[in-house]
Design a protein around this ligand. Structure first.
Ligand code: ZN
Length: 141
């Protein structure tokens, strides 16, 4: 529902643009974290100081965890944007991303940790939208 609210508030095109910026921000984070990992491996020297080497190993492990998290966020953000982008063509006039959200809701009651809803772009929600050009309606889910 957070995605539906954001699209209703910003409009689809602005929301989509922000998703691309956010997704690529996560991708840059992955690259920076990998640079940190490489730097820590380069700086770790067990012959000189074991304490410093362990500290570098801890930094490297933290950077790996950050990179994994950032990579997951990148995939989720870009996949959601792509899936909703594919549904954002008006079925009547084929206009792209120019609609207003007329209604929205949850598809059904979900159990906590429902796996099926996790893989839907709106997380189990739907929104009824109306084209700004030709006033046609369709449902995005
Ligand atoms: Zn239309």
């Amino acid at each position: 529902m957070d995605t539906v609210k954001a699209i209703a508030r910003l409009g689809f095109r602005r929301w989509y643009e922000r998703q691309l910026v956010e997704g690529h921000g996560w991708l840059v984070t992955v690259f920076l974290a990998m640079i940190v990992v490489a730097s820590c491996i380069e700086a770790a020297d067990f012959r000189e100081s074991v304490a410093q080497a362990l500290l570098m190993a801890a930094f490297a492990a933290g950077a790996v965890l950050l990179a994994i998290h950032a990579w997951r966020r990148y995939l989720v953000t870009m996949t959601r944007a792509e899936a909703l982008g594919e549904q954002s063509h008006c079925p009547a006039c084929k206009g792209y991303g120019s609609f207003t959200v007329e209604a929205s809701g949850e598809q059904r009651e979900r159990a906590v940790g429902d796996e099926a809803a996790r893989y839907q772009p709106l997380g189990g929600a739907w929104m009824r939208v109306r084209c700004r050009k030709c006033r046609a309606e369709w449902t995005i889910e």
